[in-house]
Design a protein around this ligand. Structure first.
Ligand code: GDP
Length: 197
């Protein structure tokens, strides 16, 4: 898919103030610092569409971007800030869960996972919750350029194995890098294919 236009639409703190559900929508989510903003910028070919390295504890926002006047790319607040309080975490969960379970135009949740790490409970728990709620998702492993392909493959295989206890079928995954743009075309192709169906 060629990105002709990519524009910021709005930031929301309330689920009932989202843009009208008039386009297919794709959400990007992951632990804070996983590389979500960098990947959104790399995919769309825009240097600063999504703001990188947001500070922990920052207001939690749902950011909508419209791509090619055709679909929404949604940047969701990151989870798992080490410093965050229980209260913040509970608020994050309520807010995100409300968005994910209520947004009828949501086509797919792209769950970002740092390819450098062994499977983390917080990521597995989130994917489990998506499955439990019947939400379509795909796995996006980030920062591939930071280590060897062998290591990334090992971590991906372990993550997929860990999910096998809960899922009969595990959706496809992507290995990506914002530095080299690895996987960006594949992600856009996956979105284009869903949009066509
Ligand atoms: P976010 O909090 O998930 O939005 O993460 P950011 O996009 O702000 O990235 C966090 C840090 O990781 C920043 O210092 C980025 O420059 C770095 N980073 C993100 N993606 C990549 C990548 O693919 N390769 C490399 N080498 N660094 C990355």
């Amino acid at each position: 898919m060629l990105i002709k236009t990519a524009e910021f639409v709005c930031s929301n703190t309330q689920v009932d103030k989202l843009p009208a559900p008039d386009k297919p929508e794709y959400a990007f989510i992951g632990r804070s610092n996983v590389g979500k903003s960098s990947l959104i910028n790399a995919m769309t070919g825009r240097k600063a569409l999504a703001k990188t390295s947001q500070k922990p504890g920052k207001t939690q926002l749902i950011n909508h971007f419209v791509i090619n006047d055709q679909w929404y790319l949604v940047d969701l607040p990151g989870y798992g800030f080490a410093q965050t309080s229980k209260k913040n975490r509970a608020e994050w969960e309520k807010f995100i869960r409300a968005y994910l379970t209520r947004r009828e135009t949501l086509q797919c949740v792209f769950v970002l996972i740092d390819s450098r790490h062994e499977p983390q409970k917080i990521d597995l728990d989130f994917v489990y919750w998506l499955g439990e709620n019947g939400l379509p998702f795909m796995l996006v492993f980030t920062k591939a350029d930071k280590h060897s392909a062998v290591k990334a493959d090992q971590h991906i295989a372990k993550f997929r194995r860990a999910l096998k206890q809960w899922f009969e079928e595990i959706p496809p995954h992507f290995l990506t890098s914002s530095e080299t743009k690895l996987g960006c075309d594949e992600l856009l192709t996956a979105i284009a294919e869903i949009n066509e169906n």
